[in-house]
Design a protein around this ligand. Structure first.
Ligand code: PEP
Length: 255
């Protein structure tokens, strides 16, 4: 039995005031999730500490949007896994497509692998993002690309338990575009990811959560999360408004 996870990726949005308003809106509209759905928010690094304070006593958990793989040293501007863990964060989004492709960081699979290892060493749970571009999908390479990213990131890494690792399937063409994978497209890739995880980790694969990300909204969340291997969502735009974020959480609760 996998507990769905709904994680909000705030990206480079919000100021301190609007972040506090958003959290209090989410908390006040949140249905009773108890242990049926886990919910996390992933603000910018600079808001991790104040958001840790803002969510205290609520069911919300905290995540970072990235981390650096070295533990200390002359890496100006970078933030280590231990620093992220010090804020009270439990999760770290790693390998997001905006860091792989569009921001200019051009993160490669080796860097992402090292980040996954650093996160686990600091007792953080990586939310490892994988996904194909539109050109790759149109060339029929989706499953191959996802396998490569997954195996490269996880090579040699052994999570002790399923809750140590979350994978997010995020087709690049669906992120922030309003285009969503159909539930069937999502399920096909999620089932493939689970099969690859089974090859790496045996039966543990049945317990590892695989999230879908890419223009998930309250009106498409139920059908996506209703798929057998879709265990929640990584939510960008719709995580910035209490009503839409809570609407997705409600869909996960009903799944
Ligand atoms: C994301 O950035 O991880 C994401 C899924 O964004 P959006 O929901 O806006 O497509």
């Amino acid at each position: 039995m996998r507990t769905p996870l709904i994680a909000g990726n705030w990206k480079m949005n919000m100021d301190l005031h609007s972040a506090r308003v958003l959290v209090s809106g989410i908390v006040s509209e949140l249905p009773a999730v108890a242990d049926k759905v886990e919910v996390a928010i992933c603000p910018s690094y600079v808001y991790l500490f104040p958001m840790a304070k803002a969510i205290a006593g609520s069911p919300l958990q905290l995540g970072a949007q990235d981390l650096f793989f070295e533990s200390a040293g002359a890496f100006t501007g970078e933030v280590s896994a231990a620093m992220v863990a010090d804020t009270g964060a439990r999760y770290a989004i790693l390998g997001h497509s905006e860091r792989r492709h569009t921001i200019g960081h051009l993160e490669d699979d080796w860097m992402i692998h090292r980040k996954v290892a650093a996160a686990l060493a600091a007792s953080l749970t990586p939310i490892l993002c994988v996904g194909e571009t539109l050109a790759e999908r149109e060339a029929g390479q989706t499953l191959e690309v996802v396998t490569f990213q997954l195996v490269a990131a996880l090579n040699g890494i052994k999570p002790a338990k399923a809750s140590d690792l979350v994978v997010a399937y995020e087709p690049v063409w669906a992120i922030g575009t309003g285009k969503t994978a159909t539930p069937q497209q999502a399920q096909e890739v999620h089932a493939h990811i689970r099969a690859e995880l089974r090859g790496l980790y045996g039966d543990l694969a049945d317990e590892i959560r695989i999230l879908y990300g890419g223009s998930m909204k309250p009106d498409n969340a139920a059908e996506l999360i209703g798929q057998a291997d879709v265990d929640g969502g990584l939510i960008g735009g719709a995580s910035l408004k209490p009503a839409s974020f809570v609407g997705i959480i409600a869909a996960a609760l009903a799944s």
